[in-house]
Write a protein that binds this ligand. Structure first.
Ligand code: PAF
Length: 298
C-alpha cells in the first residue's frame, strides 16, 4: 500500500476500476466496511484521510477532532486498500477557495438547518476529491444520511461519472452507531447515547408491525432520548431518501433520522426504510459482537 500526499500521485498509482472511500480519519468498522465494499468491486481502492476545515463551524470540534494517521494507515492496509491519500491542507486548499459547492433544497432540513454551511463544506471537499482522484465509484456510510443525499445530488448535478454507493450503518455491540466522535463520550454520556439506537430499533419494530405515520414514528424515535437525562434531542424526522424533505407518512423510500447532543458531542443515527415486494423493510444496520477498533490505540 502506498501513502501519498498529492492528487497527481494518487491518480498515477491507480489502475483499472477505482473505488474511493473518503474519510476524515480515526477509522472504525464503519469505514472498514466501506473499504471492504470498494475492495470487492474495484481494481484499485483509494482511501482519503483529511479533516476538512470547511465543514466545521467556528464553534465546532475541528481542533479536537481525533487524528492518528499511523493508526489509520495500519487499519486500511489490513483491510486491503491500495492507496492512502493523506493530503496536507495546501494540497486541498492551495489558497482560500473562492469557489464553494452549494447543494440547495436537500440541505435545508435536519443537519442543514442546525449546521449552516456544513453541507457546503462537505459538497466542496467531496467535489474536489472526486475531481482530483477521478474514481469510478465512491463509498459513503448511511449513518450520515443527509450527507449521502447531498453527495448523490451533487454528483448528478455536476455530471461526475461516479457511482455512489451507500453502505449500512455499523453499530457497537450495544447498538450505538459507530462514529469517531464516540471517543469523546465519558461513561455517563456513553450510557445516555445508547438511547438513540434504542429509539431506532423501536422504529424498525414499529415499521415491521405496520406503522406508517411520520408523527408516530418520530415520537417512537424521540421517546427513549427524551426519557434519558443528560441527552438533548435536536430532531427526530422522517425524511424522503431522495430529497431529504420531511414527510408525513411512510409512502416512499425514507429514513427516520435523529440527532442529539450529549455533553459536547453531537450524535446522529437513522433507520433507512425501503420498499420490498409491497412491504416496507427497515435497515437497522450491522452490530459488532466485540469492542470496536475505535478504542484501539496505534
Ligand atoms: O463523512 C465524512 O467523513 C466527511 O464528511 C467526508 C465525506 C469525508 C468529507 O469530508
Amino acid at each position: 500500500m502506498k501513502i501519498v500526499q498529492t492528487f497527481a500521485e494518487a491518480r498515477e498509482l491507480a489502475g483499472g476500476r477505482v473505488g474511493f472511500v473518503p474519510t476524515m480519519g480515526y477509522l472504525h468498522e464503519g469505514h472498514i466496511s466501506l473499504v471492504d465494499a470498494a475492495r470487492r468491486e474495484s481494481d484499485t481502492v483509494t482511501v482519503s484521510i483529511f479533516v476538512n476545515p470547511l465543514q466545521f463551524a467556528p464553534s465546532e470540534d475541528l481542533a479536537s477532532y481525533p487524528r492518528d494517521l499511523d493508526r489509520d494507515v495500519a487499519l486500511v492496509e489490513a483491510a486491503g486498500a491500495d492507496i492512502v491519500f493523506a493530503p496536507p491542507l495546501a494540497e486541498m486548499y492551495p489558497s482560500d477557495p473562492l469557489t464553494r459547492v452549494t447543494v440547495s433544497d436537500v440541505t435545508e432540513t435536519m443537519e442543514g438547518a442546525i449546521r449552516p454551511g456544513h453541507f457546503d463544506g462537505v459538497a466542496t471537499v467531496v467535489a474536489k476529491l472526486f475531481a482530483g482522484i477521478a474514481p469510478d465509484a465512491a463509498y459513503f456510510g448511511r449513518k450520515d444520511a443527509q450527507q449521502l443525499v447531498t453527495v448523490r445530488r451533487m454528483t448528478a448535478d455536476l455530471s461526475f461519472p461516479i457511482h455512489i454507493v451507500g453502505s449500512p450503518i455499523v453499530r457497537e455491540s450495544d447498538g450505538l452507531a459507530l462514529s469517531s466522535r464516540n471517543t469523546y463520550l465519558n461513561r455517563d454520556e456513553r450510557i445516555a447515547a445508547r438511547s438513540l439506537s434504542t429509539g431506532m430499533f423501536a422504529v424498525a419494530a414499529a415499521v415491521r408491525g405496520g406503522e406508517r405515520s411520520g408523527t408516530v414514528l418520530e415520537q417512537i424515535a424521540a421517546g427513549p432520548v427524551d426519557a434519558e437525562p443528560g441527552i438533548d434531542l435536536d430532531y427526530a424526522t422522517l425524511a424522503d431518501q431522495e430529497s431529504a424533505a420531511t414527510i408525513d407518512a411512510l409512502d416512499r423510500p425514507a429514513f427516520l433520522a435523529v440527532a442529539a447532543r450529549v455533553g459536547r458531542t453531537r450524535l446522529l443515527d437513522n433507520v433507512h426504510i425501503d420498499p420490498d415486494g409491497g412491504d416496507w423493510v427497515p435497515d437497522e444496520g450491522i452490530r459488532l459482537d466485540t469492542t470496536s477498533i475505535l478504542y484501539r490505540e496505534a
